[in-house]
Design a protein around this ligand. Structure first.
Ligand SMILES: [Fe+2]
Length: 256
């Protein structure tokens, strides 16, 4: 989905939503999720727009508005595809897979970021729990990209292109206690799993082979989500993060 800025207003407005300035007023801005007045470090400027998009983490592109994948000449990439499939169907599946590829690439980096930034008494347990998840997600990234190629598409895997396409903001927690990161990861995994299930449903008719791959990915992702949530579960069976819609609010609830 290497769409132009004109076709992706959400991406085009990213610079406006995420100003580079770290002025005192911006650093102290209200996040609207219970962190009112809390000072933020210069490394973590508040993004005034992140709450709008965070709920939609990994749910891009806008439903019904996938940007076409084009090559460097501006032509649609899919000119041939798997025997038995129509190129029109392949276009649709490739666009879905590019969205999954972007989400999973982002997730692999985010999980490593958490692996490096967790602190506290349970450091080693969470730190070491995350590496197998990173490894598994990287395999999913590779499988998604290679399925795009098999369908006759051109997988896009460069960081700059991913940032232009994505409709979510960077993971918002830096150095923090393990339970805060686990609360935030609950929100991250919830968004990814929801989007993956939507992709499973959307690929049933055009490409059951891709659907099978997405189901396999979903099984692993949902298990990893359980690993995270098991740390947040209370004796009555409820989650500390219940009702939290943002990473920051989930982190706060998890640690309270
Ligand atoms: Fe490591």
């Amino acid at each position: 989905m290497a769409g132009t800025d004109a076709t992706r207003p959400a991406a085009a407005s990213r610079a406006a939503r995420w100003p580079a300035a770290t002025s005192p007023s911006r650093l102290l801005a209200c996040s609207g999720d219970g962190f009112h007045g809390a000072p933020h470090s210069p490394a973590q400027p508040v993004n005034p727009g992140r709450l709008r998009s965070e709920r939609r983490w990994h749910n891009q592109p806008e439903p019904g508005k996938p940007a076409p994948l084009v090559n460097w000449k501006g032509s649609l990439v899919v000119t041939y595809t798997i025997p038995g499939m129509k190129t029109g169907s392949a276009d649709k599946v490739v666009a879905l897979l590019q969205d999954r590829l972007d989400s999973l690439s982002d997730l692999a980096l985010t999980l490593k970021h958490v692996h490096w930034n967790v602190i506290g008494p349970n450091f080693i347990a969470v730190h070491t729990m995350l590496d197998p998840q990173v490894d598994a997600v990287r395999v999913m990234v590779d499988e998604s990209a290679e399925r795009i190629a098999a369908l006759g598409g051109s997988p896009s895997g460069t960081p700059g292109a991913l940032v232009k396409r994505r409709g979510w903001d960077d993971y918002s927690i830096g150095r923090a206690d393990t339970i805060e990161h686990l609360g935030a990861l609950d929100v991250v995994y919830a968004g990814i799993i929801e989007a993956n299930r939507a992709a499973i449903e959307a690929t049933e008719e055009p490409d059951p082979v891709t659907q099978d791959m997405l189901i396999r990915h979903g099984g692993q992702l949902e298990q990893f989500h359980w690993f995270v949530r098991a740390h947040l579960e209370q004796s009555d069976g409820s989650l500390r993060t219940a009702g939290a819609a943002t990473e920051r609010s989930a982190a706060r609830q998890a640690s309270s």
